[in-house]
Ligand binder design. Structure first.
Ligand code: GDP
Length: 311
């Protein structure tokens, strides 16, 4: 990607898109094409067609999506399936119509079978049943991967798909019910510390295992792959280590400085028992993450206290 290339970041105000935006700016890319969802509704087919025809982006990072944690995924099932299919269909198709040089589609580790062997290799896609709590989101993302592959196979488009593990970072969603586990725990421990509450509730049994990557590391990997990976087969992005939800809760508790007790609410779903990415393909290309989990949690907690705690 030349420094003057016209690069469209779809979803630049979200956690992932804003990290990609920061990364590209830091590297000196200054011809970035950005639209808020108020300016361009990516679910609107005609609006997306008009935008691509008028702006003619050369590169596209497709980081726009309807996202959320286990509760949001499980209850807003129609919205997650419909909105994500609409966004990705519109953007990927118009990238083909307008001859975009390269597009990157961002997926998720939930596309893999619920009981996939661990760590999860890229070739395990579509080898088993999905986790029911996020099946609609996963089906949309699988359709996006297959759409990129199909445009490559039929029309020779350079459309690639990357599968990030669970993420956390700046501009995360701290909604008490709809967020992912890490921001949810940051908020809950912080509020319990501030209000001197003796107990904090953690959903599920605490035994599921998850891997967490800092969104700025993900953005670094995305730019690296945009420069160095031209294969329609999907590629995982992660850090290669996981921990249990209980261990994560203990870590967040210590970063926040909360001194009370934890209780587990087993009426809430556990989801997939384990989701650890096999990142050997990415490592062989020469990319590794740089932010250790505890350091990353400290950075986002400081940001939460400064910018989000009172919202
Ligand atoms: P998942 O990776 O798609 O399951 O996404 P989440 O980040 O929403 O949940 C990960 C795990 O953390 C699940 O086992 C949840 O039950 C557990 N968990 C514990 N406390 C919370 C919480 O407050 N919010 C969320 N979203 N998950 C929680």
């Amino acid at each position: 990607m030349e420094k003057k290339a016209k690069i469209y970041i779809a979803g630049h105000r979200g956690m992932v898109g804003s990290a990609i935006h920061r990364k590209l700016q830091a590297l000196g890319y200054d011809n970035l094409l950005l639209r808020t969802s108020g300016e361009l509704d990516l679910r609107n087919q005609q609006a997306v067609a008009d935008f691509f025809a008028a702006e003619q982006p050369e590169y596209v990072f497709l980081a726009a999506a309807k996202v959320g944690g286990i509760w949001a995924n499980n209850t807003l099932r129609a919205d997650f399936l419909y909105e994500n299919l609409a966004i990705q269909n519109n953007v990927i198709h118009q990238a083909y119509v307008q001859g975009v040089k390269k597009l990157m589609f961002l997926g998720s580790s939930c596309i893999y079978p619920k009981l996939a062997p661990q760590p999860i290799k890229e070739e395990y896609l579509l080898t088993g049943l999905l986790e029911p709590t996020n099946e609609p989101y996963a089906i949309a993302k699988i359709a996006g991967i297959k759409l990129c592959e199909a445009y490559h196979d039929q029309y020779g488009c350079n459309f690639i798909s990357v599968m990030p593990t669970n993420l956390y970072g700046y501009r995360d969603n701290y909604h008490p019910e709809h967020s992912h586990v890490l921001p949810a725990l940051i908020r809950r421990f912080h509020e319990a510390k501030t209000a001197n509450q003796p107990v904090v509730t953690v959903w599920g049994s605490g035994t599921p295992r998850r891997e967490f990557l800092f969104a700025d590391d993900l953005a670094d990997a995305c730019v690296f792959l945009m420069e160095n990976y031209d294969n329609p087969s999907l590629i995982n992005i992660g850090m290669g280590e996981d921990l249990s939800i209980k261990e994560l809760a203990m870590l967040v508790k210590s970063v926040v400085g909360y001194e009370g007790e934890l209780v587990f609410d087993r009426s809430k779903p556990d989801g997939t028992p384990r989701k650890l990415m096999d990142v050997s393909k990415l490592h062989k290309l020469g990319w590794r993450h740089t932010t250790p989990l505890e350091a990353g949690i400290r950075m986002v907690y400081d940001d939460f206290v400064a910018n989000c705690a009172n919202q």
